[in-house]
Design a protein around this ligand. Structure first.
Ligand SMILES: NC(=O)c1ccc[n+]([C@@H]2O[C@H](COP(=O)([O-])OP(=O)(O)OC[C@H]3O[C@@H](n4cnc5c(N)ncnc54)[C@H](O)[C@@H]3O)[C@@H](O)[C@H]2O)c1
Length: 259
């Protein structure tokens, strides 16, 4: 029970990595706000956590909308109290080179991945400061460090999240808030399956992704959740301003997918 007594908010928690993080946190004793676009999908995650003996609350919102973010945070705070752990996980990933990315896709990517991250931080941080601290985890990506072909807008926003994590760490260290980013390699999730569906030969592309990781496979959701659990817990009390590469040696190996 490494998060006993803590309240966590996980964005994009209705599926994929966010869901895995939320379930892991709840299993370790946290009471968890499940934030995603679709309230019914959030409630399904809450029900699963409840059945497993944990505690969670549906706080559906579009994180790019300030009023919805404030309402979701207010609902969580009223029910569970001050948020101690925030995981900025919700994101969208338009596929394309920069000149092929439509303005609408570009603006949505920035609105969710960067503006949304800002809005959720803005809502949560005053409570953390009043409580004497907290842990904020930004789910970035290896592409935010090294860039990957065909993911220009997405990579730009993920690089922004890594920088934000470092910048926030210095702003808040003296007041007890730790801020770190986690940069997964390729993780077997719905987002990966959607990306592969855009490729002409999804199976060959998936094989390439397996091979690009030094360990010879893409990662699992629980392998990201485990690192987030550490960063959320008091075991990481001296860890702030770091970027954790949870990538099976991907960035060390340095391969890029070929067309
Ligand atoms: N899957 C990978 O290979 C991989 C690799 C590196 C980084 N990541 C990052 O991990 C995180 C989770 O990825 P995933 O693979 O689980 O993706 P996913 O698409 O399966 O899940 C993302 C979730 O975010 C939600 N979401 C999107 N826009 C939202 C909004 N405006 N407001 C609230 N919720 C919103 C979606 O509804 C979805 O449930 C993302 O930040 C992603 O960039 C994923």
């Amino acid at each position: 029970m490494r998060l006993e007594g803590k309240v966590a908010l996980v964005t994009g928690a209705a599926r994929g990595i966010g869901r895995g993080i939320a379930e892991r946190f709840a299993a370790e004793g946290a009471r968890v706000g499940i934030l995603d676009l679709d309230a019914v999908a959030c409630q399904r995650v809450v029900d699963g956590i409840t059945v497993a003996g944990g505690s969670a609350l549906e706080v559906a919102a579009d994180i790019s909308d300030p009023a919805q973010v404030e309402a979701a945070h207010g609902k969580l705070r009223t029910r569970f109290g001050t948020v101690n752990v925030l995981v900025n996980n919700a994101a969208v990933m338009p596929v394309g080179t920069i000149h092929e990315t439509s303005l609408a896709d570009f603006e949505r990517c920035v609105a969710v991945n960067l503006r949304g991250t800002y809005l959720v931080c803005r809502a949560v941080i005053p409570g953390m400061l009043a409580a004497g601290g907290g842990s904020i985890i930004h789910i970035a990506s290896v592409t935010g460090m090294i860039g990957l072909p065909g993911l220009a807008a997405y990579s730009m926003t993920k690089g922004g999240m890594i920088t934000l994590a470092r910048s926030m760490s210095t702003d808040y260290a003296a007041r007890g808030i730790r801020s770190n980013s986690v940069s997964p390699g390729t993780i077997d999730s719905p987002m990966l399956h959607e990306f592969l569906s855009h490729q002409s030969n999804p199976e060959a592309y998936r094989q390439q992704y397996d091979d690009m990781h030094a360990v010879g496979r893409v990662g699992r959701i629980d392998e990201v959740a485990n690192v987030c659990l550490f960063l959320a817990s008091d075991e990481a009390s001296f860890v702030t301003g770091s970027n954790y590469e949870v990538d099976g040696g991907y960035s060390a190996k340095g391969d890029q997918p070929q067309d």
